[in-house]
Design a protein around this ligand. Structure first.
Ligand SMILES: [Ca+2]
Ligand SMILES: [Ca+2]
Length: 462
C-alpha cells in the first residue's frame, strides 16, 4: 500500500479501514458464501418499451421463484397458479423485496438477492427458511398500477374529418381488442365478428371504458388503459385476473344520440328548385348507402334503375321519408340517418348491421305530383252531371267492375282525370269500386253511388 503525501497516523488508519471494507465486500459478492449487506438487483430480461416503472405505493402483480443461496426452492407463486399481488414500498413485503421491486417495468425479469436482515433475519421463517438466510427471488413483473391512477388514453389514429365527438349518452358501436398489461389476450369483439354496441357514459360498461369512449371521433383508434378499480376490481372476471390493469385497443365504427334527427346536407340544388316533393308524391331517385366509417353497403345504380316510392306511405324507413321531403328534381343530398329512424337495433340480416347509422347520398331524378291525402283519383276538369248513366254502358241500371274500370281508365287516358301516382292502376280502381259497392255484391246501384257521394264529400273520388 503506497500512500501519497505525508498523512497523519489517523488518516492512514482510516484508509486502511476503508480498503479492508472494500475487500470484505468483494469477497462476499464473489462467493455468496456470507450474508450480503444490501439488496442486489440484476435484470436479465427487459421489455422493448417501458412507459412506467414501479414506484413506492404502486400495486404490482408478479410471479416469482424463491430459493436459498444453495439453490433450494422454498417458495414459488407458480406452484400456486396465481400471481403474487401486493403494494410495493409500504411494508407489506419483506424490506428487501420492497426495495428490490422498485424501478421495475412490466415484462422485466430480475434476480433480487435479499440479505437476511432485509428478509427473515436471525430466526428465518418456518421450516423452509433458516435463520441468517439470504434469499434469491427470480421475479417477472406482469402488472402495475397505482390506486390513485385514472384511465390513460393514447390516441393511435384520429381521422382528419371529425365533425362530431362522442359524449355521454351517445350510443356507440365499436370494435376492441382487450389485453392485460403484459400482452395477455383476454377478449376481442373481432373474434365474435360483430361490434360491441352500447350507450356510453351511463354505466352500461366498466367505468373506465365509459370515460375512455367520451370525446372520440368516428373512425378513431385509441388505446384505453384502465386500472382495476375502474374495471373489474380485486375480483376480476372470466379470463381477467383480480386487480388487473386492462388495455383496450378500440376502433370506433359509429355513434349517434337517441335524440338525433336526420341530418340533411344539400350538395347540389338546381337554380330553379320547384316543385318540391311532399307527402303523396311519386319520387324516383338514385342512392348510395354506406356506414359512417365509409363502408359501402349498396347502391341503386347496381339495379340499373331508379328507386321509386310514394312519399308518406311507409315504403321507406322514416329517416328516408324525412330526408326526401321538400326536394326538387336534380337536387343531390346527403342524409345521415340514425338507427331509430332507420333499421333499428336489428338492422337487416346480411345487409345493414344492427344499430347502424347510415349515410345516404341521394339524387332526385324524377317526381310526379301526388293527389291530396286520401284520394285515389281526381278530376282534372268538370265532372259530367250524368256520371252514373255514363258508366252504366249496358244500361241495366247497375255498374259492374268491368264498366267501372273501363270508365276510369278512359278518363285517365283522355286526360280528364288522374289516378294517384306510384300505385298499380287496377289496384286503385278495385279499391275505389269496393268503396262504392256498399253491400259488396259486385255491382254499384244508383242508390249506393248517391249514398257514398252524400256521406263523405271529402273522400268522394268520383
Ligand atoms: Ca251496367
Ligand atoms: Ca252493390
Amino acid at each position: 500500500i503506497t500512500l501519497i503525501g505525508v498523512p497523519s497516523p489517523k488518516s492512514i488508519d482510516l484508509h486502511i479501514k476503508h480498503l479492508c471494507a472494500r475487500m470484505t465486500w468483494k469477497i462476499h459478492t464473489h462467493t455468496f458464501s456470507e450474508p450480503l449487506d444490501t439488496v442486489q438487483v440484476k435484470t436479465y430480461s427487459k421489455p422493448e418499451a417501458c412507459s412506467r416503472k414501479v414506484q413506492v405505493s404502486d400495486f404490482v402483480r408478479y410471479h416469482y421463484n424463491g430459493t436459498l443461496m444453495d439453490g433450494t426452492l422454498f417458495d414459488s407463486s407458480r406452484t400456486r397458479l396465481r400471481t403474487y399481488d401486493t403494494y410495493v414500498g409500504t411494508g407489506w413485503l419483506i424490506a428487501g423485496m420492497d426495495q428490490g421491486l422498485l424501478g421495475m417495468c412490466v415484462g422485466e425479469k430480475r434476480i433480487i438477492t435479499v440479505p437476511p436482515f432485509l428478509g427473515y433475519g436471525e430466526n428465518g421463517d418456518g421450516s423452509d427458511i433458516p435463520g441468517q438466510a439470504s434469499l434469491v427471488f427470480d421475479v417477472v413483473l406482469l402488472d402495475l398500477h397505482n390506486p390513485k391512477d385514472g384511465i390513460a388514453v393514447e390516441k393511435l389514429q384520429v381521422p382528419e374529418n371529425c365533425p362530431r365527438k362522442s359524449k355521454a349518452g351517445d350510443f356507440m358501436r365499436y370494435h376492441y381488442n382487450g389485453t392485460l398489461l403484459d400482452g395477455t389476450f383476454f377478449d376481442s369483439s373481432y373474434s365474435r365478428n360483430s361490434t360491441y354496441d352500447t350507450y356510453i357514459g351511463k354505466g352500461y360498461v366498466i367505468s373506465g371504458m365509459d370515460e375512455g369512449l367520451v370525446g372520440v371521433c368516428v373512425g378513431e383508434r385509441r388505446r384505453v388503459i384502465i386500472p382495476p378499480h375502474l374495471a373489474y376490481g380485486e375480483e376480476g372476471t372470466g379470463k381477467i385476473p383480480g386487480s388487473a390493469v386492462l388495455v383496450f385497443d378500440v376502433y370506433v365504427v359509429d355513434f349517434h344520440n337517441p335524440s338525433d334527427v336526420v341530418q340533411i346536407t344539400s350538395s347540389f340544388r338546381p337554380e330553379t328548385c320547384e316543385p318540391r316533393s311532399k307527402k303523396g308524391d311519386f319520387v324516383k331517385y338514385h342512392y348510395n348507402v354506406s356506414l359512417l366509417d365509409g363502408t359501402s353497403l349498396h347502391s341503386s345504380l347496381h339495379y340499373g334503375k331508379t328507386y321509386d316510392v310514394v312519399l308518406g306511405t311507409g315504403q321507406v324507413v322514416m329517416g328516408m321519408e324525412m330526408g326526401l321531403q321538400d326536394m326538387c328534381v336534380g337536387e343531390k343530398r346527403r342524409l345521415v340517418i340514425p338507427p331509430h329512424l332507420g333499421y333499428g337495433e336489428r338492422g337487416v340480416a346480411g345487409e345493414v348491421p344492427g344499430s347502424a347509422v347510415l349515410v345516404f347520398d341521394v339524387e332526385m331524378l324524377d317526381m310526379e305530383e301526388g293527389l291530396p291525402e286520401g284520394y285515389m283519383f281526381v278530376w282534372n276538369s268538370e265532372v259530367t252531371p250524368d256520371l252514373f248513366d255514363d258508366m252504366d254502358k249496358n244500361k241495366d241500371t247497375q255498374v259492374d267492375s268491368a264498366e267501372f274500370t273501363d270508365y276510369i281508365l278512359r278518363q285517365v287516358s283522355e286526360g280528364k282525370g288522374r289516378l294517384a301516382p306510384g300505385f298499380e292502376p287496377h289496384r286503385l280502381i278495385e279499391n275505389m269500386f269496393a268503396n262504392q259497392d256498399r253491400d259488396g255484391n259486385g255491382k254499384i246501384t244508383a242508390e249506393e253511388f248517391k249514398l257514398k257521394a252524400d256521406e263523405s264529400p271529402a273522400h268522394d273520388e268520383l
